[in-house]
Design a protein. Sequence first.
Length: 234
Amino acid sequence: PDNLELYWQDLWILLGRYHKFDCLFYLNLNVQNWRGINSIASQAYRHSGSIIARFKPPSKMKLKKGINPVFSLFLQCMIVVCNLLFVLPLQLFGGSRRRPNIRAKSISNHPAGPYRCVESLDRLLASLYAGADTLDKIFQYATEAFRHRNCLGTREILSEEDEIQPNGRIFKKLILGNYKWLTYDEVYRRVTHFGSGLAMLGQRPKANIAIFCETRAEWMIAAQSCFMYNFPRE
């Protein structure tokens, strides 16, 4: 009926012998018109014979709980303490910054685009970092930001083996050791020393220079020196 109001507190329902199973359910309900509900339950039982529902007044209803209230309170206190000690400081001081949901926007206000980064809608992005508009400034910025971190790693060649391919060709297989790293600060000092040495030998800015070297750490150091001292390389 429309005049019955149900609230989630103080109601238990007993389901009996349905498909040869005995089931007992406790629902946390409150029934305003419990006498009317009992009459409806009696009618449902007469029609089906498989569901028995009994309702007691809220004043006489005994609340049954599966968890000890003291233990439940202890768990809630532990959750609050953990949030205060770990989650809240992480969000306030050292937490990961959320990126904006919208990273690109259509400059023509049309879904077809073209799209541009929301951080540079009015102009094209001219530099990777503020003030770092050349390759040597980018390397200098990285050195200042990550001075003691690994920058350039090499592996020593321990041995060389001939590996025969299925087509009969011989492939040179290198057995390499572990990486040996140079930090950003160490690489930066070697770059400046190498560039200063080239300048002392007579190399002038905007004068071409050729590098004959395999792909190795010395090649990268020489290339960064050319960027820093404005030596066009070939």
